[in-house]
Design a binder for this molecule. Sequence first.
Ligand code: DQQ
Length: 530
Amino acid sequence: SNMLDWQRTAFHFQPKKNWMNDPNGPVFYKGWYHLFYQYHPDAPVWGKIVWGHAVSKDLINWRHLPIAMETDQWYDEQGVWTGSATILPDGQLVVLYTGSTNESVQVQNLAYPADPSDPLLIKWVKYPGNPVLVPPPGIDTKDFRDPTTAWKTPEGKWRITIGSKINKTGISLVYDTEDFKTFELLDGLLHAVPGTGMWECVDFYPVSKQNENGLDTSVDGPGVKHVVKASMDDDRNDYYAIGTYDAHKGKWTPDNPTLDVGIGLRYDYGIYYASKTFYDQSKQRRVLWSWIKETDTEASDINKGWASLMGVPRTIVLDKKTQSNIIQWPVEEINRLRTNMTVFKNIVVEAGSIVPLSIPAASQLDIVAEFEIDEKTVNRLNGDDVGYDCVKNGGAAERGALGPFGFSVLATEGLKEHTPVYFYVAKGVDGNLQTFFCADQARSSTANDVDKSIYGSIVPVLKGEKLSMRILVDHSIVESFAQEGRTCITSRVYPTKTINNNARLFLFNNATATKVTASINVWQMNSAHI
Ligand code: DQQ
């Protein structure tokens, strides 16, 4: 066993060893959730990538299976890269994935289960006619990757989209097919945004305007909006936008052009990349998976023998109240790991104070909390509180009238190490209140070779809503959700002194004007079988 073993997580998916990146082809098939993933079996750094494979009955406990696809063909010799699964009407499964060829050209390939009656889908067959798509004229051979799950066109064909770029414009190409072997390139693009660079791992799916259930990828109609997500190779973040899809033209238009893909909203304001959704027909929900990379050094990854996690899968719905953002929430199955609840009711935290929360151990937690500020102090906001920005301001240590306040997780007794996750209430240039949700990694570790950025963004708070947050703490990862999942932040942290049950949890209020009243439920989290 290794000195750094404590950094392994208790309820986040990860292989036993070596490197993982993007989630691939997530699907629910014959009673099992399947997760494939970009895997480098030989080292804890990126390299010749194959498809790792694991299955689960509940999205929480996982069984590792043999590698599903290796680099054994000329058309994927340099890597079996990212792809997606589609369930056909007869229940059969097909996968399209990107191969990096023997000459490092990006092509799309078809694969299917060797034995469709095997619920574990252990053996995969690559279509002998591969590749089924090569880069079209005008597209660079290294800018053509990550096919989506297919959806139905009004004519009854299948349609997919594939990310690319032309000069600095990020684009998504559209293809129609009837058999996943021959494809027709549409004249128009699904969408394009100047200045955003290469679009990796594009995702495209419908969300219901009225209902809380998720929608199968082919669902369309007046009760539906469509989300486009792209992973921006230039800044390594996952951006999404909500808009309208014209199925006849194969074209999507954002509701708000100032919040377009790559210039507007992010799934997550921390570490979150190459994510992919799938429709879970067993629970009528859309589930989001994402790769959470390391933010320590490559040398540390080699030392610990593994790199990367998957985020806890999240359900995705449109925010019915705002209609202008999605809501992400850990899948309900994660609640089964909750044990030993401690309740703290109406704890008053005076301006400039910190309250230790007495719980047995604090490295595996689910924290759910509501906060109220003293309404009478809102008029104490002044010019200094205009134009706040989590990333550019001074983090949890910089005091304002109405913030920051929240939790310090993975903290040591004397706060030599701690990761604050907090709200900050400020004033917009229009004079209205604005609430920010941030996570400050500056003091997360006494090690000096790890990322110590501050993350965060604005979070919509509607009239009559209390401020609320949920935080999942799991050794070296902290996933934080504000206002029921309107704004999310994932942190990788590497505390050196909170290991072996030394971790503490604190409530803090670093505001100068307001006291804060907090009501909190904290659960210890059991470990999943992974
Ligand atoms: N990772 C894969 C590519 C994809 C990138 C290669 C995104 O298919 O574009 O490992 O992280």
